[in-house]
Ligand binder design. Structure first.
Ligand code: GLU
Length: 307
């Protein structure tokens, strides 16, 4: 009980601390991103749609009245959703997908988006309370979550993998985790899978609110592995190639969706239309190539699955 209320307080604190951010001026074209990783300047720009009408979407009505989009994101996942305090900007594949959606809904992605950082465990609450209009942050579509939120997409398919220290030869896949300390994030599908499949003993599962905290534990030798989606882990490994490596044996399918309020079918349909158009006209590929694709792994757009 004590631990539970602490965890709840931590989640609430993370939401408040992250607050609501407007970005500063984006870096000049060609300027380095400042994080040595994703080059914000290489990301495509999106034409802002005019006269968008979505009378059946209460979320869209609120966005229009406000004149701004409140977008839920991650801020510590390089290549996907990362905040750079030196330029005061967010970058990454998820962030660009979210900006594309904003533009196609009629909002200027460079000046009319407020970013709210929401960690994995707080997503369903943040979306269902209306704290964010939509959420784009490595958010796996599944039936359990569909009971509380709606999902457009998928716009990418990842798979659960393992991040270990570069000199570790003992962990080669999920079946080699017994007796090892494994770190993941509260409320994520990967931590649930470690539990459900008994990949290590319950007392060896270490749980934090962010993957950055897990990676710190790994670097300090407090845990043996970090587990989550390969796309996320590759970003951390590329920042410290001498110290970390991704095992490279994925053992799940994680289709990423854009989280929207559960009953806002009009918004969900519209976001699916936006994604399908971006798959067909090459915009998705451009976004991928400018962000996640920089790591060298090619990918193509998945199929939208409407429900
Ligand atoms: N895609 C997984 C999930 O939605 C892991 C990544 C994350 O925690 O955001 O739970």
């Amino acid at each position: 009980m004590k631990f539970r209320s602490l965890a709840v307080a931590l989640v609430a604190g993370a939401l408040v601390l992250a607050g609501c951010g407007r970005e500063g001026a984006p870096p000049a074209p060609g300027a380095p991103a400042g994080d040595g990783g994703t080059a914000a300047a290489a990301a495509p720009t999106f034409a802002v749609a005019e006269n968008v009408q979505l009378p059946d979407s209460p979320t869209f009505q609120r966005m229009q009245e406000r004149g701004r989009v409140i977008m839920g994101v991650k801020n510590d996942q390089p290549g996907l959703g990362q905040f750079d305090p030196t330029t005061n900007t967010y970058s990454g594949f998820d962030v660009e997908i979210g900006r594309l959606v904003a533009a196609k809904l009629g909002f200027d992605p460079t000046s009319e988006i407020d970013y709210v950082v929401v960690q994995s465990a707080a997503r369903e609450d943040a979306i269902s309370r209306g704290d964010v209009d939509y959420y784009v942050g490595t958010y796996t579509i599944n039936d359990n979550r569909k009971q509380r939120v709606g999902f457009a997409g998928p716009y990418f398919v990842a798979g659960q993998d393992l991040l270990v220290r570069a000199d570790d030869t003992s962990i080669t896949g999920p079946q080699t985790l017994q007796g090892k300390k494994v770190c993941s994030v509260t409320g994520s599908t990967p931590i649930q899978r470690v539990r459900d499949q008994g990949l290590t003993q319950p007392e060896n599962i270490v749980e934090f609110q962010t993957y950055t905290q897990c990676v710190d534990q790994l670097l300090q030798g407090q845990v043996n592995a970090v587990t989550t989606d390969d796309a996320i882990l590759k970003g951390y490994a590329s920042q410290r190639p001498d110290e970390l490596k991704v095992v490279g044996q994925t053992f799940s399918t994680e289709p990423y969706g854009i989280g929207v309020p559960r009953d806002d079918t009009a918004l969900r349909n519209k976001v699916n239309d936006i994604l399908e158009e971006a798959y067909a006209d090459g915009t998705w590929q451009q976004i991928y190539d400018a962000t996640l694709g920089l790591s060298g792994s090619p990918a193509s757009a998945p199929q939208v699955e409407r429900y």
